[in-house]
Design a protein around this ligand. Sequence first.
Ligand code: GLT
Ligand code: MN
Ligand code: MN
Length: 388
Amino acid sequence: MPSYTPTSADRFTFGLWTVGNPGRDPFGEATRPALNAPYLVRKLAELGAYGVNLHDNDLVPIDASAAQRDAIVGDFKAALSDTGLVVPMATTNLFSDPAFKDGAFTSADARVRAYALHKTMHSMDLGAELGAQTYVLWGGREGTEVDAGGKLLDALAWFRDSLNYLAEYSEAQGYGYRFALEPKPNEPRADIFLPTVGSALGFIATLDQPDLFGLNPEFAHETMAGLSFPHAVAQAIDAGKLFHIDLNDQKMGRFDQDLRFGAENPKAAFFLVKLLEDTGYAGPKHFDAHALRTEDEAGVWAFARGCMRTYLILKEKAAQFAQDAEIQAAVAAYRVEDAELSALTGTFSPENATALKARTFDRAALGARGPGLEALDQLTIELLLGVR
Ligand code: GLT
Ligand code: MN
Ligand code: MN
């Protein structure tokens, strides 16, 4: 029986804000005491995690003095070097402070936009000091409840200007960050700008240095939009833009739940893991989720262990899927190849187009073919349920 115990080679990471989540929600206070960053680092290392990610203010309070900042960062670095945990990703909190209540980079107030850039550059300095290579930008407050202010096009232009500025800052400082945009359709704003992976991909193409920008898609966020996470991730991979990934789970049509990975949609989680493993995704696998509000500290570590364990179990299932002769025969039978037609459709030429137009097709036969998906899907379910 495999132990499904992670090691740093699995590259599992957690945000300080995930395992450090004290269980506060819009209707109720914290249900668990806050745990300090060095303690979280030591616990994550014990569990076999590879790294830890942070917002500036997860570690350093927004009103800390320079001396306080240095002491806090020093203790944190000591915990990292004691445990070998790394900080592969950093980000900025541009959503908690009231200054950002109507947006950060997309605020209608030029002073707020300037403060957002100021805060992000300081946070990028901190991330670089800790060795982060990926810089996540989640625009939680970048959106609106009402559109009467008329800023929809301006907001996109302001967002673009800010991202261009930050990319130049990163290069000028020699940080070499790769920026990962994290889309979300709503919450905390009614409508967040760049709400899905597809929207972010379209926007990246309009930036001055598009190669520096990619995606940090999150399972829960695409699910909240009623979309398939494996499909979104496939599109990011196809575009060469899967820079980072936020794994968790979510019931469709609910508030942002950030459930334990695989807790709600294990079949979608399976196809996601299979996609990541089949395509050789080598970046960190970040669990952006938290323990249920009902839990105490033991529940937090059960949650963290569970995220990693489920990933490893699904990875093993993906390997079984690839080795299962009956499944692979069904997968192979699903596809129909036709060399003669492919020769005509592979490359356009006036001759190929003329020849293709002249062909006749047996539509009835095409429509009558059964692709075997019911049987294949049942085999998949049986494999996931452990009876194969
Ligand atoms: C926040 C959000 C996440 C983002 C984080 C990065 S913070 O918890 O819900 O999805 O990834 O800013
Ligand atoms: Mn989320
Ligand atoms: Mn996230």
